[in-house]
Design a protein around this ligand. Structure first.
Ligand SMILES: [Zn+2]
Length: 281
């Protein structure tokens, strides 16, 4: 894999290659039977499909904004056994390919705090766990922060406080409400669905609009409204937020950048005569 990019006016959008991992196909496709989803993507002997870790880099003016940071470099032995990460590929190595150092990043937006999106926020340093991006402010939804610090029994395994508590300690954390403007055409909005505080990121330019739906639409297959991951905490909210987002994406021809799709992460949305949505590279 490699980074892939598109320009929208003067704003450069780069889907970063921060690695990939196998994940249970049933958990990703929820109520969709395997006889159907098994034809859409390849499946290994453990019923797993490959997901990419694809954070988004937004380069606008002199700013470098990173949306989500992948799994990072703080893997336990167990992580490496279960997930088969390549420890040599991270958001930091992906940014290096763009000629950027961690200190060049001014803003990190975390769509939610699950480890595959937020663990790269921090790294092992000389004095313990420290922020990976020392000069960035880290934007997190306040509902997500609350849920991640006091997880329910179902969510506890997906959140690792070591990933994000050091951000608060370092004074780099900025908690926000349901919608927030970051300037330069970049904004975030709470979608809920996957988690209560899950956010999507919107980029508006003179040349059109783009969205990073994160785990509201993790792969191209999830563009179909009833395709809802089994791990989504609020499935009916997924349907509502997704339908609204996709309807706007078709009407205004948005660029859509996916976070976990192994077949390609940048495309647009089309809708057929029956109203069904599809992703086109
Ligand atoms: Zn995810």
């Amino acid at each position: 894999m490699a980074n892939v990019r598109t320009m929208l006016g003067d704003t450069e959008l780069v889907s970063l290659d921060a690695g990939q991992f196998p994940y249970d196909g049933g958990a990703m496709f929820g109520g969709v039977p395997k006889v159907i989803w098994g034809n859409l993507t390849s499946v290994d002997e453990f019923n797993r499909i490959i997901l990419t870790l694809s954070p988004l880099l937004i380069r606008v003016g002199s700013r470098n904004i990173v949306v989500d940071v992948g799994y990072g470099s703080r893997h336990t032995k167990k992580d490496l056994q279960i997930w088969g990460f390549d420890p040599a590929v991270t958001v930091v190595t992906a940014l290096e390919e763009e000629g950027l150092k961690p200190a060049d990043i001014d803003t990190v937006i975390l769509t939610h705090l699950h480890a595959d999106h937020a663990a790269g926020s921090t790294s092992d340093g000389a004095d313990g766990v420290e922020p990976t991006f020392p000069d960035a402010r880290y934007i997190v939804n306040e509902t997500e922060w609350e849920a991640a610090n006091n997880p329910d029994a179902r969510s506890a395994a997906a959140y690792r406080p070591d990933d994000f508590v050091p951000l608060e300690r370092a004074g780099l954390l900025e908690l926000i409400g349901d919608s927030h403007e970051l300037g330069d055409g970049v904004s975030v909005g709470r979608t809920g669905g996957h988690t209560a505080g899950h956010m999507a990121v919107y980029i508006e330019t003179d040349a059109g609009k783009a969205v990073y739906p994160a785990d509201l639409i993790p792969t191209r297959h999830h563009v179909r409204v009833p395709y809802i991951a089994g791990i989504d905490l609020f499935p009916l909210d997924v349907i509502e937020s997704k339908r609204k987002m996709l309807t706007q994406a078709v009407a205004e021809d948005w660029v859509v950048i996916l976070d976990h799709d192994v077949a390609g992460n940048i495309g647009r949305i089309v809708q057929d005569a029956k109203g069904r949505f599809a992703f086109r590279d």
